[in-house]
Design a protein around this ligand. Structure first.
Ligand SMILES: C[S@@+](CC[C@H](N)C(=O)[O-])C[C@H]1O[C@@H](n2cnc3c(N)ncnc32)[C@H](O)[C@@H]1O
Length: 220
């Protein structure tokens, strides 16, 4: 309780770990709330959670309520899982894919991720997972970062095409991107070209929580 009060004055580190994949991972108490951070950015809860919630609100609670299955690529602390379950009362299947096993152990210990009954987590590389997964989803949330870096495969034809194969008709892709240089607009424009306008509707929510652009694509 004392730490919680102190956290309104300055962030308090609750746990710090060096992970092979994510390098430095920190659980921090800030303004009475636990966050998961890496060296240079917030990974879960905090602003990251608000960014994905903005995307989900744009898709809309009615659309989300009719969905049967959600795939999350990049899980970390699982804040978007909590948002779906708590804020959108989503009770259908949620599958998460996460490369870093150590971060999932932290998510289970500090954020009770393993207590969410409709969530299952697969430890795998999302790039490979989308190649071999035979399921179909109504919503695919892409939230893959290594600290502030977005791996190149996210913008490559083969990975994009594999994601499209997994998406049901009337399903959505919600892709969180971070704007780090002047090329970002070009990168997003090129990404959108992979989705033919006759089969997909597309929009970009710009400057979400300042540095992020959220791409929302619907298969029509
Ligand atoms: C911003 S965090 C995800 C936050 C999460 N969506 C949430 O709602 O709290 C980005 C995650 O992507 C994971 N990641 C990076 N490369 C990956 C890959 N190739 N496959 C799966 N996960 C990956 C990182 O380990 C990290 O946990």
């Amino acid at each position: 309780m004392f730490k919680k009060i102190l956290s309104y004055f300055y962030p308090i580190t609750i746990y710090k770990e060096t992970s092979t994949i994510s390098k430095s991972i920190e659980v921090t108490l800030y303004n009475g709330k636990m966050l998961l951070n890496t060296k240079n950015t917030n990974y879960s809860f905090g602003s990251l959670q608000s960014i994905l919630k903005t995307g989900l609100l744009d898709i809309g609670a009615t659309e989300i309520s009719r969905m049967e299955s959600v795939l999350i690529l990049g899980v970390a602390g699982g804040s978007v899982v909590q948002t779906l379950v708590t804020d959108f009362s989503f009770s259908k299947n949620i599958t998460g894919v996460e490369l870093d096993e150590e971060i999932i152990q932290i998510a289970n210990s500090y954020f009770n991720l393993d207590k969410i009954p409709n969530f299952k987590c697969v430890i795998a590389d999302a790039e490979k997972f989308v190649q071999s997964d035979a399921s179909h989803y109504d919503l695919i949330i892409i939230d893959i970062f290594k600290d502030t870096e977005m791996p190149e495969f996210l913008f490559q034809e083969s990975y994009i095409s594999n994601c499209k194969q997994l998406l049901n008709k009337n399903g959505y892709i919600l892709f969180n991107t971070m704007r780090l240089n002047k090329d970002s607009k070009n990168t997003i424009d090129k990404y959108l070209l992979h989705f033919d306008s006759n089969s997909y509707s597309k929009k970009v929510l710009k400057n979400v929580e300042r540095y992020n652009d959220v791409i929302i694509i619907k298969r029509v």
